[in-house]
Design a protein. Structure first.
Ligand SMILES: [Fe+2]
Length: 260
């Protein structure tokens, strides 16, 4: 009974609070960066599996399931950005998100595919894999996890609670996307090619572009981390966003293992 006395509980919680107070904003942000870099969301065993099983059948099966589901999650990415812009009070954060949105929208009529909207590049990825056809939609279902992920994004991007939007969009997306897409590119480029150069460019461009977005957002995080509630919201939404991405790989992994 000694260990669970009120005194000890008090000491324990005080210790945690003390630890958080002790971390400077820079240390706190670095701690969250570590959580993200080491998370299953970007270190999932599915990547090692795909690296060791690069047959055309396994590769095509993975990319079809991934494209079909990721399209469902990302088709409203611009809405997520717009909602955050509407709901954040931080002018610097608004500015970065507006720049991000302009890049997303690109120039749909350009002859240079490198200027296309990101959406158009991703649609090319889906059509190269044949997952945007009526037939494919009839024969395949979007995972429940993907639907939950989309709902989660809609809720978090509308949240006015401190730290929630930044944790979701920065650590749950922009900060990890360059690392993740490099892994995806490596799998795509291994063995026989299955998509066009335009579709491949979708992943290539985010490997550099999102590094810049993330860096600017990290600076804002550091500034706002002076506030304890912001830290709490940031940590919570970072962890939950990464966890959902991890679940997303879990469901794809269980499906592709059945057919390999
Ligand atoms: Fe994008």
């Amino acid at each position: 009974m000694k260990n669970i006395s009120n005194k000890n509980i008090y000491k324990y919680s005080k210790g945690l609070k003390f630890e958080n107070r002790e971390l400077s904003p820079n240390e706190f942000v670095n701690k969250i960066k570590d959580i993200a870099i080491n998370h299953k969301a970007i270190n999932h065993p599915i990547f090692e599996f795909l690296d060791n099983n690069s047959s055309l059948k396994v590769k095509k099966n993975f990319f079809q399931i991934f494209a079909f589901n990721y399209e469902y999650y990302s088709r409203d990415f611009n809405t997520y950005l717009s909602k955050i812009i509407d709901n954040t009070a931080d002018e610097e954060f608004k500015k970065i998100l507006n720049e991000n949105l302009t890049e997303e929208l690109g120039d749909p009529k350009s002859n240079d595919f490198k200027k296309w909207p990101h959406r158009k590049l991703f649609d090319k990825f889906c059509s190269d894999l044949g997952v945007n056809t009526e037939n494919y939609r009839l024969e395949n279902k979007i995972f429940l996890t993907t639907k939950l992920w989309r709902e989660y994004m809609m809720t978090n991007s509308s949240s006015k609670l401190p730290g929630v939007a930044l944790g979701t969009i920065c650590f749950g997306s922009e900060f990890i996307v360059p690392i993740l897409y490099k892994k995806i590119l490596n799998i795509l480029r291994k063995g026989q090619s299955i998509i066009s150069k335009e579709a491949e460019y979708f992943f290539e461009l985010h490997c550099t572009m999102d590094v810049e977005h993330a860096q600017k957002m990290l600076n804002i995080c550091e500034k706002l981390c002076e506030n304890q509630s912001f830290r709490e919201g940031l940590l919570f939404s970072t962890n939950t966003s990464l966890q959902i991405r991890g679940y997303f790989w879990d469901v794809i992994f269980s499906k592709i293992k059945k057919y390999s």
